[in-house]
Design a protein around this ligand. Structure first.
Ligand SMILES: Nc1ncnc2c1ncn2[C@@H]1O[C@H](COP(=O)(O)OP(=O)(O)OP(=O)(O)O)[C@@H](O)[C@H]1O
Length: 899
């Protein structure tokens, strides 16, 4: 038994589109039967290959008819029915399993072997079908069998004992339907075989066939299949199709069959139906144009779907090779040839079962619900998209704000850096003129941190705090490193470096008058950081030689050699002269002799030597000298105790006396004229131009304020008699600024004691006033930042007061302290009386008596008096250095006021 060649032959994907294909036509020759052999009939036909059959006898006949016929397959007399099945029927027959209708015809003359062949093909097919079903348990198959015959143009149900002819009905979908045809659902193969055995049609004995079929028999096996539920719903649709096994009655010649009566009648019907079939085939072979006589016979009407319809069709034409049947054989071959031209359009018949329909509807519902959810999700995503867009806009807005704030921060930082740079240029000129008049680069670039201290100017003290503050906040590590190293090293250098100006002080002025101060600095190095720095930065640039005198030397050209002050002993006097000259130039009031001659009658503390240089005869306006020269000086300090006699403030009369004494009116006029010339000299102008517009801008406020003050001062000081008034005004202003700037008390005391009313003090006043004005402006600019002044300087001040407090016990006796407590309104029994006192020092800038007493106390506490030197003497050179350290820039700042 053959088997279906796997699933390859079955396409479960239900391509329902029609596939046009030709009817498969094959020819089978039966062997010569005994009767034929007995009359020595010859075989006219021979299958020369699988597709070609030739007529091989009479030459005459050969000339009238085709000698060879080609079909899809030809089978010789020795062929087996299985072979015919396998090669000419199986594929088409088993199409029923894939939902396509199919029909296997057996066409041929009577006794040619139609029934013989079809019986075998039906058997093989049903066996293969059941074999296939057995191998495909995933689907459920329902097989139904029906059988009918068309006998004398009547349709009879072969499975019914009732011989009532069946009507043919026309169904719009199914075509011609045999009404009430018995259709038996098969249990199994044997059941089918049983039915096949009983569904026998009318037979009759003819001269050609003892069991001649006198009717057309149609056995129909219908197969419905669908996928089993437990295998899922992949193939939930139901396939329904049927395979028709059609065993036609044999065409016959009445003469040959010698039929008469019933047989003749049967023969007539047979022939008529076969004629119609032939006509249908012929017409179909020529195309579908014109009328197709399906309805001319019940056979063609029932088999309409198989004749050019939607069923796969195979026609097996059987023929006897005997020469005696040559005419019938030719007719068969003619029919076969026509049938070979007919096409059918088979298609898969898919029937939706209710269950499948429900399933499909459920599936469709699920799909629609899914789409609905997708739409809902899409709608939600739209909401999300809107929210996302909103957030993106917010982020963009925030980014914009960040950029704006960053810009503002950078601007602020740039502003601060400019301020610091400006301050730094006051500390150390960005571009200064060296001893040879050559411009040098930035001190930050030129000098390592250890050397940087050498070029720090008087502004270094407070400027250092500011710089440190902002370096910490805004500048990079390198800047902090430099600042920190500077802060750490500078004091140490100041105290121990052999280049310290103190060495020169020792050399030229005897024992270091700052020993006490140095000692204090060593003892309270931490608490006095700020104080030490201030003093340090005053003195430290002394060694640099980058002094105002040098600058003046370069500008003036006739004031000194410009040599390094450390080079020779004579240089110090030269330096001092320059200091005096500088002072004079600045204040325009100093009594000097510019004619190169001494004026013995008016011994001045500053005189020009024989080489035209100016030397210092004695310390300028030392307190001792002041006190001996003018008793009024001591009288002005009546509020001080006896140890404070050297802390005196000169009054106007005292100043006037000194000025008149040292600087006659004529000399003053000469000097003013010379000053004017100097101020307008080309070198000075060039120096002014060197300032640059941008640099001028960065210090615009400072310049404006300072210059305003200076102009005011200059105007007032056009008359020497007004100098003292201006001096006092500036001094009071400085005192107020000290408070504003939280200047360390030591610094205040030092400078306050420095101001003695000598005209040379004017330069100190100016320096300090400018410095404070700068600091005030700077602090004012920083006040909005983080209350720098309160946060930083106030703390330093408190530390300084605590330091001073600790020295109270050592410097003041119990009696003296008690006296101070009473004077300062501090209860004798209150706690921390010393600290209370120190906290009151320098607090009332409007009360000059308070200031004087504060200065006196601080001076005593830090040992100013113990050196035996006056503060001015002690710091005279330092202050000169302070002037000297006025960078070209700071010097230039003073120029506009002189031009
Ligand atoms: N290929 C064959 N090999 C051997 N015997 C065959 C072959 N074909 C037919 N026969 C025999 O020939 C005889 C006639 O065959 P069969 O009845 O099948 O012819 P038929 O075409 O059906 O005739 P009818 O149209 O009259 O019914 C049978 O005895 C059958 O066994």
């Amino acid at each position: 038994m053959g088997s279906i060649s796997g699933d390859s032959s079955i396409d479960w994907d239900h391509d329902s589109s029609a596939h046009e294909e030709k009817i498969f036509v094959s020819v089978r020759l039966r062997p010569m039967n005994e009767r034929e052999l007995g009359r020595n009939d010859v075989s006219d036909w021979e299958c020369i290959n699988n597709t070609t059959i030739i007529f091989k006898n009479s030459l005459q006949e050969r000339s009238m008819y085709p000698a060879a016929y080609t079909f899809d397959r030809v089978f010789g007399s020795d062929s087996l029915t299985r072979e015919v099945y396998e090669e000419a029927a199986k594929k088409i027959a088993l199409s029923v399993l894939s939902g396509m209708n199919s029909t296997i015809f057996a066409y041929g003359q009577t006794s040619s072997g139609k029934t013989y062949t079809m019986a075998g093909i039906t058997e093989y097919t049903i066996e293969d079908i059941y074999d296939y079903i057995d191998n495909h348990r995933e689907r459920e198959f329902v097989l139904k069998f029906s059988a009918m015959e068309i006998y004398n143009e009547s349709v009879k149900d072969l499975l019914s004992t009732d011989g009532t002819p069946l009507r043919l009905l026309d169904d719009p979908e199914r075509g011609t339907v045999v009404e009430k045809l018995t259709e038996v659902t098969l249990r199994d193969l044997n059941h089918l075989k049983e039915l096949l055995s009983i569904s026998q049609r009318q037979i009759g004995e003819t001269t050609l066939n003892e069991m001649s079929s006198r009717s057309h028999q149609i056995q129909r096996l219908s197969i419905d299949s669908e996928a089993c539920e437990y295998f899922g719903a992949l193939n939930s649709s139901k396939l329904t199709a049927s395979v028709n096994f059609v065993d036609l009655a044999g065409s016959e010649r009445a003469s040959q069959t010698l039929s008469a009566g019933t047989r003749l009648k049967e023969g007539c019907h047979i022939n008529r139906s076969l004629l119609t079939l032939g006509t249908v085939i012929r017409k179909l072979s020529k195309g579908r144009n014109g009328h197709i006589p399906y309805r001319d016979s019940k056979l063609t009407r029932i088999l309409q779907n198989s004749l050019g319809g939607n069923a796969k069709t195979a026609i097996i034409c059987t023929m006897s090779p005997a020469h005696s049947h040559v005419e019938q054989s030719r007719n068969t071959l003619l029919f076969a040839s026509c049938a070979k031209q007919v096409s059918t359009n088979a298609q898969v018949n898919v029937v939706m079962s209710e269950k499948a329909l429900v399933k499909q509807l459920q599936k469709e519902l699920a799909r629609l619900e899914n789409e609905l959810r997708n739409l809902s999700s899409l709608a939600n995503s739209c909401d999300s998209a809107a929210a996302l867009k909103e957030k993106e806009q917010l982020i963009e807005k925030m980014d914009k704000e960040i950029r704006e704030l960053t810009y503002q921060r950078d601007q602020a930082q740039s502003h601060i850096e400019n301020m610091l740079k400006s301050g730094g240029e006051y500390q150390a000129s960005k571009s200064w003129v060296d001893m040879n008049g050559q411009e040098k680069g930035s001190w930050r670039d030129e000098y390592p941190a250890s050397e940087a201290s050498e070029i720090i100017d008087p502004f270094r003290f407070d400027g250092a705090s500011i710089t440190s503050h902002f370096s910490e906040r805004y500048e990079g590590a390198n800047s902090r490193r430099i600042e920190d190293q500077f802060a750490e090293n500078s004091e140490e250098q100041f105290l121990s470096d052999e280049t310290s100006p103190r060495l020169y002080i020792d050399k030229y002025f005897g024992p270091d008058p700052c020993q006490g101060w140095e000692k204090i600095g060593q003892e309270t190095s931490k608490s006095l950081d700020d104080s030490c720095k201030e003093v340090q930065c005053i003195e430290i640039d002394f060694t640099k030689g980058n002094t105002v005198s040098n600058v003046l030397s370069e500008q003036d050209g006739d004031l000194g050699s410009g040599k390094d002050l450390t080079s020779s002993d004579t240089d110090i006097s030269d330096f001092s002269a320059k200091v005096s000259r500088t002072t004079t130039l600045t204040t325009m009031t100093k009594s000097l002799s510019f004619d190169g001659k001494k004026e013995p009658e008016n011994p001045s503390p500053i005189a020009e030597d024989t080489q035209g240089k100016i030397s210092i005869d004695e310390p300028i306006m030392s307190p001792e000298r002041l006190s001996t020269e003018d008793d009024q000086s001591s009288k002005t300090s009546d509020s001080m105790n006896e140890n404070d006699h050297n802390i005196q403030i000169l009054d106007k009369d005292h100043y006037t006396k000194i000025l008149d004494k040292n600087c006659p009116a004529k000399k003053q006029e000469v000097y003013v004229t010379e000053l004017s010339e100097v101020s307008h000299s080309e070198s000075v102008k060039q120096l002014v131009n060197d300032v640059g517009i941008e640099e001028a801008k960065t210090t615009k406020n400072f310049e404006k304020n300072a210059d305003d003050e200076h102009n005011k001062s200059r105007n007032i000081m056009q008359s020497p008699s007004d100098w003292f008034t201006e001096f006092e005004r500036q001094k009071r202003e400085i005192v107020v600024l000290w408070n504003t700037c939280n200047t360390p008390l030591v610094h205040r005391t030092y400078f306050f004691l420095l101001f003695k009313g000598d005209p040379s003090d004017a330069v100190y006043l100016e320096v300090e006033l400018r410095r404070l004005s700068f600091l005030k402006n700077t602090i004012h600019g920083l006040a909005k930042d983080d209350h720098f002044t309160q946060a930083s300087s106030t703390k330093a001040l408190n530390r300084e007061r605590e330091m001073l407090c600790r020295r109270m016990m050592k410097k003041y006796s119990a009696k003296e302290r008690e006296s101070l407590y009473k004077k300062w309104g501090i209860g004798l029994k209150t706690k921390q009386r010393r600290l209370q006192l120190c906290r009151k020092l320098w607090t009332d800038a409007t009360d000059m008596e308070h200031i004087k007493e504060s200065a006196s106390i601080v001076a005593k506490l830090i040992g100013f008096k113990e050196t035996g030197k006056s503060p001015k003497e002690m710091f005279g050179l330092s202050v000169s250095t302070q002037l000297a350290n006025l960078s070209s820039r700071s010097w230039r700042h003073s120029l506009p006021s002189m031009m």
